[in-house]
Write a protein that binds this ligand. Structure first.
Ligand SMILES: *Cc1c(COP(=O)(O)O)cnc(C)c1O
Length: 809
């Protein structure tokens, strides 16, 4: 641990304010939402999309007493117990502090970069080495300008080797990462055209990545990914088919379930099996093998360990569990850094009363007092109801906590006690090292359903939110539309992530949707779009704010509130400026104001309207008229009411095309979910609907497929049946070749009519097997267009019986 004075000496700041010079630092932090009581972190106020100085108060409240700021005018008078350091650039300061820590470490540090395969190579190497070495690795894909310094912080001389991943998006970044990581060896996994945006040419991109290896002794790489002009670098150790490759590949044979490889290393010919069938995995495997050879492992040991490698699904998954529970499955690896990330994610989940953790022992990790102390600190941060520990070494582990603790010597022992365990009303994090196979527990806890699933990427939501926020003034509020089951993608799962990212409001269509969010612990203000009188009880009970769209509903609500003796209840006035759906027209404003003036039961929280064609230039002048009319009506309301309220009119396309109308708040809908056709933004589609092939048939010409003999075979064909039908939301209009699904990278048209629970695809000429994965909408916009609808309808039409699986990667 470092003391703050050491950090100050090292950073050489512009200015500092020290009240407690012996204050010690146990972690680096920049996100106040992820802080936990008792953490003695050093908080860096970073300036990105949001200004980190805004979160100093929150961090201080949570106990942080050491801060690094860049804003010299920041008023620190309220923080009497804290030390402050001012620097020019807080990101660089964070990096410098990590670099300082790194320079105290004397173990070999392997820096890994490349266009693809960085994370896989890092994870596989860790798996291969952990049988006999203590391996420190950067978690998941913490490979950025901020991720790398954070991920290095827990590295220590207790380990035998460290594996650190570095990723860049533009010129100049690798030099910074190199100075932090200070690698002794390098691995270059591959070079391709992915993530090209930040670079003027491929040469520039290559040279930038290569900066990581400025000081290394050895660089391990595949021959084919190294440009000619660099090959002369004597530090490069390659595998490939050329004579000059140190691991020289003589022959590769593809078998049904693996590759059989022959190759030469130091004059000896070997042959071995690689347990994968795709080229990317083969390449990554050979890179890992060469690293192990260079570390002195024998080919015998290596070829045995290679067989145990599995494709990695490294994503943290959130699934619906049995008995009213959510299961977070993260059972492919376990180390302190990735446990930390998973615990953060557990902490964000408020949908059930209890939080429980199933934790396996750590592979390749010695239980030093320091390690044990760190583990205790991590576990104490979270309010756990129950802790199930798997592994012998937990027998002597103590933790002062209120959680109920049980220790099992193995996963088998845990599963044997399965019937006596209770996971109901809980969010359960299952976190385990690969060899413990805790996914077996996750399988038993999650609900089985037919094999059609919708995968939802929660990180993509964060990305899309960030994109839209960057279009807003910092003071403009953001309301996120989560109506219709969040446009088909989930309820509290989405709301939790939005709440964590500090959106200002959520909007649902019906009171039931809002009450479900409240029961799942969502605290944000919630507006409901079309409340009915019969739901007023629930509106009050769940603290939901109604949209008021007519005099009738306004009077009814006021009357209801009177009966409850409530006053100043927040409401949202909807104005009709051209949509002609719900809302007060201009001619009704006087009556509205009369009704409002003589009462104290409701208070206007916001006044809003809705644009009918904000994304379409044909309607530019109509949109302007709507905005103008809205402004006039707002003016009348305001001058009579005499107090301030929030004004908003922009939906997703309004945000992009009418920045002049952002007003006090915007309402973000479809864009959050990744569909905003002509926004020119870098959005990610958050969901993928997938199914699997149930059966494959080879049928001769002239046979017919499905009901009413609609699908007539024009040639001998191969037909696949997949488990999705119109009851799942795959419209009958997609039948007879209109819809196309993606199988192993190829498009396959539907054939015949769509059935209720299934449909058939013509896969003639496509290599596929029963059980293969099928992407239902390879291009959602195109699919919507084909049946004359819009993405909104396709997304919200996907039936609730289709299981949703959430990823946070
Ligand atoms: C659904 C809805 C939105 C969001 O629209 P998008 O086009 O999805 O951004 C905004 N405001 C109101 C009133 C809505 O009903």
């Amino acid at each position: 641990m470092y003391e703050i004075t050491q950090i100050i000496d090292f950073l050489n700041p512009i200015q500092s304010h020290v009240v407690n010079p012996s204050s010690s630092i146990d972690s680096l932090a920049y996100d106040s939402r992820k802080l936990h009581a008792g953490q003695r972190g050093l908080f860096f106020a970073l300036k990105g999309q949001q200004d980190g100085h805004k979160y100093v108060a929150d961090a201080y409240r949570k106990g942080v007493r050491n801060f690094v700021l860049s804003d010299l005018n920041f008023n620190i008078s309220a923080y009497t117990e804290a030390n402050f350091i001012w620097v020019k650039d807080t990101v660089r300061a964070l990096q410098h502090v990590a670099a300082m820590h790194r320079s105290h470490i004397h173990i070999p540090v392997v820096g890994i970069t490349g266009s693809n395969g960085k994370t896989i190579v890092k994870e596989w190497l860790a798996q291969l080495l952990k049988a006999d070495r203590k391996v420190y690795q950067s978690p998941k894909s913490y490979n950025s300008q901020i991720g790398v310094p954070i991920s290095l912080w827990h590295m220590s001389n207790d380990y035998d080797i460290a594996l650190i991943e570095a990723g860049i998006s533009t010129v100049g970044e690798m030099t910074h990462l190199e100075q932090i990581i200070q690698p002794t060896w390098g691995i270059f996994t591959s070079f391709g055209t992915a993530h090209q945006e930040g670079f003027t040419s491929t040469t520039v991109k290559f040279e930038e990545k290569w900066q990581l290896f400025r000081q290394v002794e050895k660089i391990i790489a595949p021959s084919t990914h190294i440009p000619e002009n660099v090959l002369g670098d004597e530090r490069i150790i390659r595998w490939g088919t050329q004579d000059t490759a140190k691991l020289r590949i003589k022959n590769i044979e593809q078998l049904a379930d693996s590759y059989h490889v022959q190759g030469c290393y130091q004059g000896i010919l070997y042959s071995w099996k690689v347990p994968f069938t795709d080229k990317g995995s083969l390449e990554n495997c050979l890179t890992c093998m060469l690293v192990l050879l260079e570390l002195g492992y024998s080919m015998e040991v290596i070829s045995e360990r290679i067989l145990l490698l599995r494709p990695l699904d490294m994503r943290l998954k959130l699934k619906k569990g049995k008995h009213n529970s959510s299961i977070i499955d993260d059972s492919y690896s376990n180390d302190l850094a990735s446990l930390n990330i998973a615990l953060d994610f557990l902490n964000q989940q408020n949908q059930f009363k209890y939080k429980k953790l199933v934790l396996s022992d750590f592979e390749g990790e010695e239980w030093t007092p320091r390690f044990e102390h760190k583990l205790q600190n991590l576990l104490m941060r979270i309010d756990l109801e129950e802790l199930l520990l798997v592994g012998e070494r937990f027998r002597d582990f103590t933790l002062s906590t209120d959680a109920k603790i049980q220790v099992f010597e193995s996963t088998a022992a845990l599963l044997a006690s399965y019937n006596s365990l209770d996971f109901s009303d809980s969010v359960v994090l299952i976190k385990g090292a690969r060899k413990y196979h805790l996914e077996e527990l996750s399988k038993r806890l999650t609900q089985q359903s037919h094999e059609t699933v919708m995968q939802i990427n929660l990180k993509a939501i964060e990305n899309n939110l960030r994109q839209y926020r960057s279009k807003l003034e910092p003071s403009t509020k953001l309301m996120a539309m989560v109506k219709a089951f969040s446009y088909g993608s989930g309820s509290f799962e989405i709301a939790n992530i939005l709440q964590f990212n500090n959106v200002d409001y959520l909007t649902v269509a019906f009171v039931d949707e809002g009450s479900e969010l409240r029961r799942a612990g969502v605290k944000l203000p919630i507006m409901v779009l079309s409340p009915h009188e019969s739901t007023f009880e629930d509106i009050i009970l769940y603290n939901i704010e109604p949209e008021i769209y007519s005099i009738k509903i306004l009077k009814a609500f006021i009357h209801f509130l009177k009966g409850k003796e409530l006053s100043a209840y927040p409401i949202h006035i909807k104005l009709d400026t051209g949509m002609h759906r719900l809302g007060f027209c201009e001619s009704e404003i006087d009556l509205l104001l009369d009704t409002l003036e003589n009462q104290s039961q409701v208070k206007i929280q916001s006044v809003f309207s809705h644009l009918v064609g904000a994304g379409d230039t044909h309607f530019s002048s109509f949109t302007q008229e709507q905005i103008h009319l809205y402004q006039n009506m707002v003016h009348r309301i305001k001058s009579t009411i005499g107090y301030d309220f929030i004004r908003h009119i922009c939906n997703t396309s309004g945000i992009v095309h009418h920045p002049e109308a952002h007003l006090d708040m915007v309402r973000l809908g479809i864009g959050l979910y990744g569909y905003d056709a002509n926004s020119g933004m870098d959005l990610e589609e958050i969901s993928v609907l997938k199914t699997t092939i149930t059966q494959i048939k080879r049928l001769p010409q002239d046979e017919t497929i499905g009901y009413d003999r609609k699908g007539v075979l024009q040639r001998d064909s191969v037909i696949a049946t997949v488990k999705i039908g119109y009851a799942d939301g795959y419209s009958r209009r997609f039948g007879n070749g209109v819809g196309k699904m993606l199988i192993n990278g190829k498009q396959a048209p539907t054939i015949g009519n769509i059935c209720m629970d299934m449909c058939m695809l013509d896969i003639t000429g496509i290599e596929a097997q029963e059980g293969d994965e099928v992407v239902v909408f390879p291009d959602l916009l195109e699919a919507a267009h084909q049946i004359g609808t819009i993405p909104y309808e396709l997304l919200t039409g996907i039936s609730s019986r289709v299981k949703r699986i959430y990823y946070y990667e």
